[in-house]
Ligand binder design. Structure first.
Ligand SMILES: [Zn+2]
Length: 155
């Protein structure tokens, strides 16, 4: 198992936990060097905050807790491609590298919606472009999304 797969496995585990906790199945892990420095899961329902996505919540938690706001030396692992809002936030924190499992197009197929290349679109139009690796443990990530959205509407 590669390092990317190891951290993605943790992001996917957090995605499953989020669903167990009554939220949507998305998880995120922040890594510097070979150390996990912050993790977070989706909390949109338990916090009654439609913006409480795994990635955005992680950024708020990590930056507020450490005072660090420039993350060019960090890698964010997200179980699913960050949405437009979260991708925008990754620009503002100058993230060094983004790794995700399922894409938004994969999610769109599961939800019977269009989906889009959100992170690519945001980064292409922005002053800051994180390095991107997509599709790490993609099938595992899709499986978690499918099992949840079989029985739930998207919030
Ligand atoms: Zn988001």
């Amino acid at each position: 198992m590669t390092a990317d797969e190891k951290y993605m496995q943790e992001a996917i585990r957090l995605a499953s936990l989020a669903a167990e906790h009554g939220n949507e199945p998305f998880g995120a892990v922040l890594v510097k060097g070979d150390e996990i420095v912050c993790t977070n899961e989706n909390q949109i329902y338990t916090s009654s905050d439609p913006t409480a996505h795994a990635e955005l919540g992680l950024i708020r938690k990590f930056c507020a807790g450490t005072g660090i706001t420039d993350l060019r030396e960090y890698t964010l692992y997200s179980s699913c491609e960050p949405c437009f809002m979260c991708s925008g936030a990754l620009v503002w924190m100058k993230l060094g590298r983004l790794v995700y499992g399922a894409s938004d197009l994969d999610l769109g197929k599961i939800l019977n919606t269009q989906g889009s290349e959100c992170s690519r679109t945001v980064f292409e139009q922005s002053f800051w472009k994180p390095e991107v690796t997509e599709g790490v443990l993609r099938q595992e990530s899709i499986a978690v999304l499918e099992s949840y959205f079989e029985n739930h509407e998207k919030g």
